[in-house]
Design a protein around this ligand. Structure first.
Ligand SMILES: [Zn+2]
Length: 461
């Protein structure tokens, strides 16, 4: 299966390469800001003309806002604007043309998003007019190379146009082997600075051949939550590691230290003391560490699920909406639901598995996984699902996960596999789950342990 994949490597550049990397990002920023100023000038001129009563052809014509148009305009202007103020020598030629091409392409995309959003052709949050880019600490921007010499040299170096060879922090073996075997082709390389480091991201076309899942005929439902990150329909329980939450105390301490030191002050033209920068870097590392741990855990969980089951059912969570809740936003963002769902989606695609997303309004928690009767109310604090119709008693999340597993059949009726039902999730024998059972046979509402006392917690790749 041919897919487009990214390979990201931390770089370990020497001083020459570092200067070239900063230079390219700076050149891109300059081109972006210069062309944005041009666009703004034209728009401002037209607004003024309209206020004088000019119309149609009398107005200053709009410049071409496509990536091509902006790049062409830049190329005509670079010899007059991208020059050394003292010597008059053009400096633009010291950097790859890709720096300017990617900057103008970024600006074209930003302008397009803004105008599409304004005219209602773009879904989602309203997009503002593009703003000038400012180098703010580490945020120096990025440059995307699509042409020229982009290749891996051995296992520890990458070669980029104009910049030349740059040492990588880690081995590029995984990608290099694929390139040598002809199962991957590098299409583009993006350099960027993040987390106090330089990175290169290769966009590659990769020929993947992943083995089929270990249980190709088994469908699993995955119920996501804050209390327990994921409960699967076969009683698998994946606890929420709460990567940020467990670091909050440390973060508070580090932040207090930062605030006691002399930070940057734009009005005073002060860029911050060395002690402030040191403390700030240390504070940021806490965030980076949490993000790394979260990403690692999510990859392990999704790889495990996709490697095991032939079909996966999930619910369509309105994560953006949930993040609007100020009390819950941090806890929800700490889970990475969107990333998890996204990973399941593309990883099932790699294996040719079924990925079923239940309708956003499907009541997975309120529906009985035995008889499909729907409760009208089920407050969040009620952790045990207790069916009034058939008498099924089940852990709340497990019940939801089973409904989501059944959704595989609802959404993919032709799918041939079976839904896996684990043991140990229900209170009482399985007979209680049979539809039409009278309520007199309902077992006493026993104290419910965590879903599936014999649950496997698997986080292998
Ligand atoms: Zn029921």
């Amino acid at each position: 299966m041919r897919v487009v994949q990214a390979y990201k490597y931390a770089l370990d550049p020497n001083s020459t390469a570092t200067a070239a990397l900063f230079g390219h990002c700076g050149a891109a920023r300059f081109a972006y800001n210069h062309m944005l100023a041009r666009v703004k000038a034209v728009l401002g001129q037209r607004a003024a003309e309209i206020s004088y009563g000019l119309t149609g052809d009398e107005l200053t014509p709009l410049s071409n806002w496509s990536a091509y148009g902006l790049r062409k305009d830049w190329n005509q202007r670079k010899n007059t604007v991208a020059v050394d103020r003292d010597t008059g020598m053009p400096w633009w030629s010291a950097y790859s043309k890709e720096a300017y091409a990617s900057a103008t392409a970024d600006l074209a995309a930003a302008l397009k998003n803004w105008s599409a959003s304004r005219s209602g052709q773009r879904a989602g949050k309203p997009m503002g007019f593009p703003r000038f880019k400012r180098r703010k600490g580490d945020a120096v921007g990025s440059v995307r190379f699509t042409t020229g010499t982009i290749r891996l040299e051995g296992r520890t170096r990458v070669v980029l146009p104009v910049i030349g060879p740059v040492k990588t922090h880690e081995s590029t073996r995984k990608l290099a082997r694929r390139v040598e075997a002809g199962t991957a082709r590098i299409m583009a390389a993006t350099i960027k600075r993040e987390r106090g480091r330089w990175w290169v991201v290769f966009t590659c076309e990769v020929d993947r051949c992943d083995p089929p899942p270990r249980q190709p005929g088994t469908a699993v439902g995955v119920d996501l939550g804050v209390k327990t990150l994921a409960v699967t329909s076969d009683s698998g329980v994946h606890p929420n590691p709460k990567h940020l939450n467990t670091r909050l105390a440390r973060l508070r301490r580090e932040s207090r230290r930062v605030s006691r030191r002399q930070g940057p002050d734009r009005r005073a033209g002060f860029t911050g003391s060395a002690r402030w920068h040191r403390a700030n870097r240390s504070r940021n590392r806490v965030h980076h560490r949490a993000a790394d741990a979260r990403r690692d855990g999510l990859h392990k969980l999704t790889s495990h699920l996709v490697g095991t089951y032939g079909a996966i059912g999930v619910e369509d969570l309105n994560v953006a909406g949930m993040l609007g809740n100020r009390r819950l936003a941090r806890a929800i963002a700490d889970c990475g639901f969107s990333t998890l769902t996204h990973q399941l989606e593309y990883k099932t695609g790699w294996r040719g598995s079924v990925f079923a997303v239940a309708d956003r309004w499907y009541p997975s928690s309120k529906t009985c996984s035995g008889c499909k009767a729907v409760k009208t109310k089920l407050p969040l604090r009620v952790r045990v699902f207790d069916c009034d119709v058939c008498g099924l008693v089940s852990d709340r999340d497990l019940n939801a996960a089973r409904n989501l597993a059944d959704q595989v059949y609802v959404l993919f009726p032709e799918w041939p596999g079976e839904v896996k039902r684990g043991r140990g999730g229900d209170v009482g024998p399985a007979v209680w789950a049979v539809a039409g059972e009278s309520s007199t046979r309902r077992p006493p509402l026993a104290v419910q342990g965590p879903p599936g006392a014999n649950a496997r917690i698997t986080e292998n790749h």
